[in-house]
Design a protein around this ligand. Structure first.
Ligand SMILES: Cc1cc2nc3c(=O)[nH]c(=O)nc-3n(C[C@H](O)[C@H](O)[C@H](O)COP(=O)(O)O)c2cc1C
Length: 174
């Protein structure tokens, strides 16, 4: 198993994928850390709606013009939804889980990219979340935060370099 820091450095946003599907074992391995993610008060106010058929992936890609088009080429879209009725900090719960998915994908050698849905608009100015809600028939309580698009990397990406970290962003008060 790769070291945590290796995985963190290697993880990059991957926006082009091969056509090969994921196996069910891969999907289980992908989802496990997301289900284990910490949540406020342990309320687990996050749900994951998965789609892997071409037509749904294509429709989801159109829900988020330009920066969502990559979803069409992915093997799997994981729509990370917060449950507003369960927690007032569902955005934080869902964000932690989405981050887990990005790292989990890298740990398996898969590529992934976060596609923002919350607060984003479609071409006609209507909320992207509305389109996602409609495409996947989400319940009124499921609020889509983002889509994590996953697949096999079409090309390798350059890892982040430790010596390029901006340590000035860490402010120590003493
Ligand atoms: C909250 C959030 C929203 C993002 N939304 C999108 C998006 O809609 N489309 C996209 O292609 N990438 C999106 N990204 C990926 C970022 O563009 C990417 O993480 C950033 O450019 C740094 O590149 P890296 O992931 O390769 O380190 C998003 C990332 C985060 C954390």
């Amino acid at each position: 198993m790769a070291e945590f820091l290796d995985i963190v450095c290697r993880r990059r946003s991957v926006r082009s994928f091969t056509e090969e599907a994921l196996t069910s074992d891969e999907v289980v391995a992908l989802m496990t850390p997301a289900l284990m993610a910490p949540t406020s008060k342990g309320k687990q106010a996050v749900e994951f709606v998965l789609a892997d058929d071409r037509e749904t992936l294509e429709r989801l890609s159109q829900a988020k013009p330009r920066f969502g088009t990559l979803i069409a080429g992915a093997a799997l879209a994981i729509v990370v939804c917060g449950r507003m009725d369960i927690s007032d900090v569902w955005i934080e719960d869902a964000s932690v889980a989405a981050t887990m998915l990005l790292l989990s994908a890298e740990e398996q050698g898969l590529g992934a990219c976060w596609v923002q849905i919350r607060e984003r608009l479609q071409e006609d100015g209507s909320p992207a979340a509305l389109a996602v809600r409609d495409i996947l028939q989400l319940t009124p309580e499921q609020e889509p935060l983002c889509v994590i698009a996953v697949g096999r990397k079409a090309k390798e990406t350059k890892p982040h370099a430790l010596d390029e970290l901006r340590w000035e962003r860490v402010i120590v008060k003493s």
